[in-house]
Design a protein around this ligand. Sequence first.
Ligand code: PMP
Length: 424
Amino acid sequence: MKNQQLDKRRQDATPRGVGVMCGFYAEKAENATLWDVEGNEYIDFSAGIAVLNTGHRHPKVIAAVERQLQSFTHTAYQVVPYESYVSLAERINERVPVEKPAKTTFFSTGAEAVENAVKIARAYTRRPGIITFCGGFHGRTFMTMALTGKVAPYKIGFGPFPGSVFHAQYPNALHGVSVQDAMDSIERLFKSDIEPTQVAAILLEPVQGEGGFIPAPAEFMQALRTLCDEHGILLIADEVQSGFARTGKLFSMEHHSVKPDLMTMAKSLAGGFPLSGVAGRAEVMDAPGPGGLGGTYAGNPLSVAAAHAVLDVIDEEQLCQRASQLGQHLVEVLTKARETCPHIAEIRAQGSMVAVEFLDPQTGKPSADFTRGVMQRAMKEGLLLLSCGVYGNVIRFLYPLTIPQTQFSKALDILSRALQQEAA
Ligand code: PMP
């Protein structure tokens, strides 16, 4: 009853533009478990959209934030700086897979990080153009809406958008886009829209997130790097969703032999507190003049304290290794489920960045209905799943990497049942 009443109040008090997936309201959460206001328990495989690789309220994260609460909560780093910001930048610089020396600066949201990466790239190259990819997602601010390669629901009614943004194809074998097709589409942009000497950056997610958990093939990343080097274009990796151990490495770009010039990060960086960052080659990062970067809350001390704890936890609990193990287990379960669920067209995984894509076995068309059906069945049994994909026909898995093994197995049983029943 409480949930229903709250939902009525929500509808009256808040705009429908903020779409809400669940009809229940959070009361408490711990590691991979979430309880609603009526005491119902859920296994949380959404993790606040990829924010909780270290789980809800990791004790070390909470302790770090509590300690920071006792000293100061805000000074505005640009007015009175603090050591924890500098040392977090140092820690990221050490681990970020860009050519060293590296520098890092912090913001609050993923979109802000992407906006600032674009600012830095333009300041460095003194060029306007940005090439991004169909199906990519980079945020909801104006520049990031323009960069995002999906119209509904993100762009509808919100134009005009900033210019000098061009979309190329992203490789997607299942939907007939090869690496060569994708590279050809960039060459077409150079013919039809913008000369390469006017392009500041090529921006991509090393695993397309909202677009369907599609890892960039190694040869694609290499081809992009070569193209960028040929034309003096920067390569920006948006690791907002793929970062912080999710893919079995601290950053997904570590799976590649080539390095980006700039990287954006957010979400699991601070384990549930708002923090984002841009890291990159020092020379590039230093292009904007003093005062050009920042923001009142950018690098908030509470979030920075949380991020230090997150980095400790990732190392201490070997979460990269755990991401690989959990991902492997999940892929095995999905592969087995495929025997009785012909809707499963593809299982994709980079570590624990796992997705299953559904096509109608009769028509071969993307099946959003089937996807919704599986999610609803799982939800009824207490497993919270998220979808993604340009056609809404992909389930993505974002469980905390700290999830206890027994709870993980229980969740996979629910998932297998949901797949089997929906296919029956
Ligand atoms: N980039 C990527 C790859 C993302 O997945 C997201 C969020 N889903 C964003 C940027 C935007 O982040 P935020 O919602 O924190 O602005």
